[in-house]
Design a protein around this ligand. Structure first.
Ligand SMILES: NC(=O)c1ccc[n+]([C@@H]2O[C@H](COP(=O)([O-])OP(=O)(O)OC[C@H]3O[C@@H](n4cnc5c(N)ncnc54)[C@H](O)[C@@H]3O)[C@@H](O)[C@H]2O)c1
Ligand SMILES: CC(C)[C@H](C(=O)O)[C@@H](O)C(=O)O
Ligand SMILES: [Mg+2]
Length: 368
């Protein structure tokens, strides 16, 4: 049956990197019979400029009806002064919340050719393969109250609220344990139970679930600040990391530098399966709109292209197509092609489109 993809390229480098992911998608339609229709919508600053909101109700409905949403990136200095509710990031957060995309998978994988591109030593990152499982629809991102109040004495008070319930913790931990079983069979649960009640609840609920259903998986716990340090000290000690929304955001940016660049990290945001077996899904690079390089044609499209590989694997059940795409990226890097963010001495510097061209060419070669 024909599948439906909704593309929201967004702002800044979003449309530039998405352009390359779309060309790769076109290749799969043409060369591997991937039967899919594609629609485009606005989300982020571009949507605010046109509609006065960062995402419209109609787009939310289209996103729910699609098999997968592909997002580029949102945000940028142009929208620094729009009302808080209208800021570009609010569109992305509403998509995540309304589609109930609670499970955010952020794999940090060091391609062999990039072992020297990381700011860390080769031996620390070579062969790295971590899966960060970030809770995406709860925690301090969405807890109420969330406000700034005027105390009337020249002081103002800002409040964000970290909230988690048993159900929210169990379902994300379940995803992490399931993934671990297909990988190294180890889960590191990360919180700050030494200062946060939500951390205590997280720790207790993960332990309970582990004892009930996943005793065969090795479970360890780590405080989030230590985890940040350990990711830089000895990242290969980790297999699957499961953590809350905010810690997951920060830890995945740290992990990105182990792979060479934020421009390399893809992600999948998944909801629960409904009665028909369909799960809402959104695929996006971990990076943002990179205002500093937007419009220069220098952005690395690999995070977006690898996000398509994740879609092929997790939504479209096309594992072999995903493997092929990852192989093509690996080969292009092995051939010495580099965008600016992963540039190394002696390599060939290319822009966004030339990187896309090279990956398409490699797909053709591998598919021959
Ligand atoms: N998912 C998203 O849409 C998303 C994610 C993160 C940040 N943002 C938004 O993006 C805007 C800019 O945020 P920021 O500057 O903190 O983070 P950023 O990720 O946009 O950029 C951080 C640094 O990484 C570089 N970079 C990022 N992606 C790259 C790529 N593909 N190729 C080469 N270099 C790349 C940038 O040039 C910049 O130097 C903000 O409005 C922020 O809210 C959006
Ligand atoms: C843009 C922003 C809302 C988003 C987040 O904080 O989740 C981004 O940093 C991410 O990592 O996807
Ligand atoms: Mg982030």
């Amino acid at each position: 049956m024909t599948k439906k993809i909704l593309i929201v390229a967004g702002d800044g480098i979003g449309p530039e990197v998405m352009g390359e992911a779309e060309r790769v998608l076109g290749w799969y339609k043409q060369k591997r019979g991937f039967d899919v229709t594609v629609e485009h919508e606005l989300v982020g600053g571009c949507c605010y400029d046109k509609h006065g909101v960062a995402v419209t109700d109609a787009t939310i409905e289209k996103a729910k009806a699609a098999d997968a949403v592909f997002l580029g990136a949102v945000g940028g200095p142009k929208w620094d002064n729009v009302p808080y509710e209208g800021r570009p990031e609010a569109g992305l957060l509403r998509l995540r919340k309304d589609l109930e995309l609670f499970a955010n998978l952020r794999p940090a994988l060091c391609f062999a050719a990039l072992a020297d591109a990381s700011s860390l030593k080769r031996e620390i990152v070579e062969g790295l393969d971590i899966m960060i499982v970030r809770e995406l629809t709860g925690g301090v991102y969405f807890g109420e109250p969330k406000e700034i109040t005027d105390l009337g004495n020249g002081e103002r008070r800002g409040v964000d609220t970290q909230v988690y319930t048993t159900h929210e913790i169990r379902r994300i931990a379940e995803v992490a344990f399931d993934l671990a079983r297909k990988r190294g069979n180890r889960v590191m649960s990360v919180e700050k139970r030494n200062v946060m009640k939500t951390g205590v609840l997280w720790y207790e609920e993960v332990a309970k679930l582990h004892a009930e259903k996943f005793a065969d998986v090795k479970l360890d716990n780590m405080l989030a600040d230590n985890c940040a340090m350990q990711l830089v000290r000895n990242p290969k000690q980790f297999d699957v990391i499961v953590t809350d929304n905010l810690f997951g955001d920060v830890l995945s940016d740290i992990a990105s530098m182990l792979t060479g660049s934020l421009g390399m990290l893809p992600s999948a945001s998944l909801g629960a399966k409904d009665a028909n077996g369909k799960a809402n899904a959104m695929y996006e690079p971990v990076h943002g709109s990179a205002p500093d390089i937007a419009g220069t044609g220098a952005a690395n499209p690999i995070a977006s292209i690898l996000s398509l590989a994740m879609a092929l694997r997790y939504t479209f059940d096309r594992g072999a197509c995903a493997d092929l795409l990852e192989k093509a990226v690996d080969a292009v890097l092995a051939n010495g092609l580099r965008t600016g963010d992963i540039m190394q001495p002696g390599m060939t510097k290319v822009g966004t489109v030339a990187m896309g061209d090279a990956i398409l060419k490699e797909l053709d070669r591998l598919n021959a």
